[in-house]
Design a protein around this ligand. Structure first.
Ligand SMILES: [Zn+2]
Ligand SMILES: [Zn+2]
Length: 296
């Protein structure tokens, strides 16, 4: 137990120093300013080249989503991610230790060139995220948390960051396990995080991005709009298009559904009309529903 506490406290102590340092020292290797910069550029693109021409520049719940953007950043940015990952790895190793397994590194990739390692990390993480995202749509209590993300009724770049903090915990712990197993030699995934952020914001944006044949590999706004569809087809009652940065997994595993490019497709929660529209309400709703259900 002590080592878990130590892993968390080391991680968060480092995190606090990192946050202060990050805000005081703008640089190219700075997630905080990348987040602001990328958001601003993509928002400008939405202003000048909107896909839905009638959507207001400051769409419904725009400021709520901007608040979420900073909230999720401050609560769980890169170093907090490390703290959680350390706990996950300790726990995973202890679990395997119960069966007498002490070496979890299945394949070592730390001898490969850095760019090859980064590419492998990106692919492995994106696949894990696709699988975890699918679980969010199929497991009842997980869906309650994921509903926050799907409660948006007008899509824009900032909708990416509207999600419950519990999502961070599950994603950040589970996605690290295969990375520990491939013996990643680098700890700096900065470029992977920035790429994922930009693709994610574009995927939620009010932009039409003609990807051509690349649409079978990269997740764009036309495909992800369908993921947020308010009405689900009978063929896919729990959802579809679970890809985060890559659409590839959906095409490989046949979880894709993209009948047309319809910019006016109604989006929102398929099973309810009146979801809380404020930050506190949205943060409490999953807990109230999960524990409320158990009583009844
Ligand atoms: Zn989803
Ligand atoms: Zn989304």
């Amino acid at each position: 137990m002590e080592k878990y506490i130590k892993a968390i406290s080391d991680g968060y102590y480092g995190y606090w120093n990192y946050l202060v340092n990050e805000i005081l020292n703008p640089s190219w290797h700075n997630y905080f300013y990348w987040l602001i910069g990328a958001s601003f550029v993509i928002w400008l693109l939405e202003v000048f080249f909107p896909w839905r021409k009638n959507q207001p520049v400051i769409r419904e719940h725009f400021w709520l989503d901007i608040f979420y953007l900073f909230w999720n950043y401050f609560l769980f940015s890169l170093v907090a991610y490390n703290a959680l990952s350390m706990v996950a790895v300790e726990a995973f190793n202890d679990f395997l230790g119960l069966f007498g397994i002490t070496n979890t590194v299945a394949i070592k990739i730390d001898q490969l060139p850095v760019w090859v390692q980064l590419f492998i990390i990106f692919i492995v993480r994106d696949f894990m995220q696709w699988a975890i995202h699918m679980m969010y749509h199929h497991v009842g209590w997980m869906w309650e948390f994921h509903k926050v993300h799907h409660s948006t009724r007008e899509m824009g770049f900032a909708a990416l960051l509207r999600y419950h903090w519990m999502e961070n915990i599950l994603y950040r712990t589970l996605e690290y396990i295969p990375l520990a197993m491939i013996g990643v030699g680098i700890t700096d995934f900065f470029i992977v995080h920035i790429f994922t952020l930009v693709v994610g914001q574009l995927g939620h944006s009010n932009l039409y991005i003609p990807l051509g044949p690349l649409r079978y590999i990269i997740n764009g706004p036309q495909m992800h709009l369908w993921h947020h569809a308010k009405e689900l087809p009978e063929s896919h009652p729990n959802g579809f298009n679970y890809g985060i940065s890559l659409s590839l997994w959906d095409f490989i595993f046949k979880t894709n559904y993209w009948p047309s490019d319809d910019e006016n497709l109604p989006v929102g929660l398929p099973d309810e009309e009146h979801y809380p529209e404020d930050f506190i309400g949205q943060n409490l709703a999953p807990f109230q529903r999960i524990f409320g259900k158990k009583k009844g």
